[in-house]
Ligand binder design. Structure first.
Ligand SMILES: [Fe+2]
Length: 291
């Protein structure tokens, strides 16, 4: 039996060179087509398409039970050990910030050695809580792999487009984070503008306006920042906090304010994990309901 057919159907968030050969009208049609297609997919209507005044299930960031600080510290110890052993290359993210990443699984023996039984169980529970939440809002397929990311600042945190408010996609998109360090103390919190992820007429209008600016520009503009909402942003990232965030809403990484700061996160990026099996199942369910 086909267990999990994962496909990537996400359109990029801004017009590429191909579209610039044609009038903007074509790109506009392409945006409308993509939104129409995503509306047919089994994404939660209450999560992505609801009205701000109705009883929404989320403002765009959903919290699940946080990890305890001793679990976070054990995980940091494990990540540092792997980074040193595997000699992971440092990627320069901004003028003064390095990024290092590793991938690991819940079943890794070294992970189990570094965590107590209780800590491992706690991580497993948080993972499944994140998985269940994500699967309740869209046809995503989340595997028990974590991407651990360490950011360390050695100079001014300037030049990383992720520090500017932006959207990743203009169709329903999700990322999940577990913060292992207290980002309010050690730097680089996650900021999200509540309800900016709701895909309604206003949202599409703002996306189209920004697309036109990007379309007309000779050089690539980064990031993609539609003027969706002027509401105040909400900050996330105390030690252990676990969130699921709709990244088609406005968000950014707050720049580090000082040298010597660092941020450790576990993350799930779900842009390659739309599950065809779940789409089919979702549509069959919808069909049965209609009968
Ligand atoms: Fe982003």
């Amino acid at each position: 039996m086909i267990k999990n057919l994962n496909i990537s159907i996400y359109p990029s968030n801004q017009p590429n060179k191909f579209f610039k050969k044609f009038p903007f009208k074509f790109y506009k049609i392409y945006i409308f087509f993509n939104n129409y297609l995503f509306k047919l997919l089994p994404f939660s209507k209450d999560y992505f398409y609801g009205n701000k005044n109705n009883n929404l299930i989320s403002d765009g960031c959903t919290e699940v039970k946080p990890l305890k600080s001793n679990t976070c510290n054990s995980l940091i110890g494990y990540i540092d050990q792997i980074l040193a052993r595997k000699n992971v290359k440092k990627f320069k993210l901004s003028q003064g910030v390095y990024r290092e990443s590793i991938t690991f699984s819940l079943d890794d023996n070294d992970l189990k050695k570094n965590l107590s039984l209780n800590e491992h169980r706690e991580l497993k529970n948080t993972f499944y809580e994140i998985k269940n939440t994500i699967e309740s809002i869209g046809p995503f397929s989340i595997k028990p792999y974590f991407i651990a990311q360490k950011l360390s600042s050695f100079d001014f945190d300037e030049g990383d487009t992720n520090t500017i408010m932006h959207i990743d996609r203009y169709v329903p998109a999700v990322k999940a984070f577990i913060f292992l360090t207290d980002t309010f103390k050690h730097g680089s919190s996650y900021e999200f503008i509540p309800y900016s992820h709701l895909i309604n007429e206003k949202y599409i209008k703002k996306v189209l306006e920004t697309s036109k600016i990007h379309f007309d520009a000779i050089n690539t503009i980064n990031p993609f920042s539609p003027q969706i909402s002027k509401q105040k942003s909400k900050k996330y990232g105390f030690q252990g906090q676990a969130i699921i965030s709709a990244t088609n809403g406005l968000h950014r990484r707050e720049p580090f304010s000082d040298k010597g700061q660092f941020r450790y996160t576990l993350r799930f990026v779900l842009y390659e994990s739309i599950s065809l099996t779940k789409i089919i199942k979702g549509n069959v369910k919808k069909f049965i309901k209609k009968l």
